[in-house]
Design a protein around this ligand. Structure first.
Ligand SMILES: Cc1cc2nc3c(=O)[nH]c(=O)nc-3n(C[C@H](O)[C@H](O)[C@H](O)COP(=O)(O)OP(=O)(O)OC[C@H]3O[C@@H](n4cnc5c(N)ncnc54)[C@H](O)[C@@H]3O)c2cc1C
Length: 548
């Protein structure tokens, strides 16, 4: 009898890239154990079987064994959920509880390589600290297939399990397929990390923070304020922020010959990395935000020295140069470009902070997946971001209601058309007053701005998309003039009123668009190059002197 045809999860051209680029690098054979149980997440069981079979067909170093949850092998390995996937279980304690689909396909591929080569994605100092851990550490990272930051956090956990297999296990848990687990821990945002059942952090953690949490079993407050003792590092240009503005500035500055460094406190790509789809960046009709960012990052990394997980705390004057203090070092620079972007604005209502990550979210791409099966979500806001979030969640399958303070939207015509077609209900002239819930969001209180009436609306999630606040703390530390909304004032050449200090991207206010950020980043770098090589004020002084 002919074998039943499996669904093709991966197109042939992608398979070729996976085989030639990744799987050819495998050294030791890797065994994958797949555990399923009929009637539990059937659709995901099938996908996991199909995915693992595809990988084993692409490399003779990958072998798979299939088991049933409840059988002797499952008992031996303590597997209770379907699907579960163990990687090299005789050597390491690495598992996926749920199928590694979507974004997690990437982490799965790298996990296979790590298990085969014994390598990790962590730096040598981090590995040394992890290797010294004696007590048991069971790491759980909650993920979804649409979360762009999740694979990196998952890989940090799996790396730790490879570095110290005696003490550390890593479990990458897909929250939609394991809703009971996620809800028991109150995890409705991803990535979220728990170690020995203790919450140790939301979001993708910089390596230092991850290692710190592994050592202390606590959510570290923030990157250490200590500056590592040592000589100040001299640079022509320090670029602060690794979003599109900073990355483009880095490409231009280094190509111009400036000795530059780009400092990014969390993730490269800034807000674009969490943008589901970009349709207005020239050259691409339609591209995922993360894919676009990856291309820009690849290009920037060819040129620039990029420091990830380093946060700038303060900028100060030092003679005619600038001191840039970070949590790791002190830089003395001839010029600084501030490209720190914006943060999402909070509603500032009771319950919002407490229920953040428990149904309250500011990132639909990251956290929307959990609500995909008809769960009720409220999107608050009336601009492009709110409209895009509402559409994204609606297309995932969530039951969306848009709540807006005014009686009309401020969105692009195309988004408005899509909203009309989607028939997403809009509660006009309504303001959210409170978010209610114990462990998870249960409802919101909203007030009708016209009648004053307050009502309670049941909901599982609240996505806040009401605008932005500029990240201007370090600009303030230097005394840079800001406009009334807190954005840095810069001229057309992206010069601020302080010589050798430039600003680019969302932090300058105006149109918050990738194309604007990259344009301003390039202009800022060119101005910095011009000023560092032939300062305009020296030329002016010479001209004045001639006149006198
Ligand atoms: C949901 C969403 C959808 C969007 N969709 C689109 C779209 O379709 N098309 C479009 O053109 N635009 C879109 N945008 C807007 C676009 O993402 C921004 O305009 C763009 O990212 C701005 O780039 P930036 O480099 O100025 O700032 P950001 O992308 O915000 O990057 C700033 C970076 O600076 C870092 N940083 C901040 N402070 C420090 C510090 N002290 N030390 C070190 N690093 C620091 C941050 O971590 C961040 O990575 C969207 C935005 C969002 C949120």
């Amino acid at each position: 009898m002919a074998e039943e045809k499996r669904p093709e999860l991966i197109p042939d051209d992608v398979k070729k890239v996976i085989r030639d680029t990744f799987l050819k690098q495998l050294k030791e054979p890797v065994l994958i154990e797949v555990y399923t149980k009929q009637g539990e997440n059937d659709q995901y069981n099938e996908a996991t079987v199909a995915l693992t079979k595809t990988f084993s067909e692409l490399s003779d170093k990958v072998t798979i064994s299939f088991y049933t949850v409840g059988d002797d092998q499952a008992k031996k390995r303590n597997v209770l959920r379907s699907p579960t996937l163990l990687i090299a279980p005789d050597k390491y304690r690495i598992r996926y509880t749920g199928s590694p689909l979507g974004e997690e396909g990437r982490s799965f591929l790298v996990a296979l390589m790590m298990a085969s080569t014994g390598m990790s994605i962590l730096t040598a100092p981090a590995m040394a600290k992890i290797a010294a851990i004696k007590d048991k550490r069971d790491i759980q990272v909650f993920v979804t297939p649409t979360c762009p930051y999740c694979p990196q956090q998952a890989l940090a956990a799996m790396s730790a399990a490879i570095v110290n297999p005696a003490a550390i296990s890593a479990d990458v848990v897909e929250i939609f397929e394991n809703q009971d687990l996620a809800e028991a821990l109150g995890s409705l945002a991803v990535p979220q990390t728990f170690i020995n059942g203790i919450f140790t952090g939301a979001g993708l953690q910089p390596e230092e923070i991850f290692v710190e949490s592994l050592l202390t079993l606590k959510e570290p407050a923030y990157l250490s304020e200590e500056i590592t003792p040592g000589e100040p590092v001299e640079k022509d240009l320090v670029i602060i922020g690794g979003g599109p503005a900073g990355l483009t500035a880095a490409i231009y500055a280094v190509r111009a010959g400036l000795n530059s460094i780009l400092i990014e406190k969390s993730n490269l790509g800034g807000q674009v990395a969490i943008t589901p789809v970009v349709e207005n960046y020239p050259g691409f009709m339609r591209i995922g935000g993360k894919s676009l960012v990856d291309l820009i990052v690849q290009q920037a990394a060819q040129y620039a020295d990029i420091h990830l997980g380093e946060a700038v705390k303060e900028i100060a004057h030092e003679g005619n140069r600038l001191q840039v203090k970070t949590n790791r070092a002190l830089y003395i620079a001839k010029g600084v470009i501030v490209a720190t972007g914006v943060d999402s604005k909070a509603l500032n209502v009771p319950g919002e902070r407490r229920l953040y990550g428990r149904g309250v979210s500011y990132c639909s791409t990251c956290d929307g997946y959990f609500f995909k099966d008809g769960k009720k979500v409220i999107v608050v806001g009336g601009g492009n971001t709110a409209a895009a979030d509402a559409l994204y969640l609606h297309n995932l399958g969530a039951n969306v209601t848009l709540v807006h303070r005014r009686d009309s939207l401020r969105t692009e015509a195309r988004l408005r058309e899509s909203l009309d077609q989607s028939r997403i209900p809009v509660l006009w002239s309504s303001e959210v007053k409170e978010i209610l819930g114990d462990k998870l969001v249960k409802s919101i209180k909203i007030q009708d701005m016209k009648t004053g009436a307050v009502k309670e609306l049941p909901t599982d999630g609240v996505f806040v998309a009401i605008g932005y606040v500029p990240k201007n703390e370090i600009a303030k530390s230097l005394g840079l003039p800001l406009d009334e909304e807190g954005y840095i004032k810069a001229d057309l050449n992206m010069r601020t009123s302080i010589p050798m200090v430039y600003a680019a991207g969302d932090i300058t206010g105006g149109a918050k668009q990738i194309v604007v950020a990259v344009a301003q980043g390039s202009v800022a770098a060119m101005s910095a190059f011009e000023d560092i090589t032939s300062p305009y004020w020296v030329a002016k002084e010479k001209e004045l002197a001639k006149k006198v």
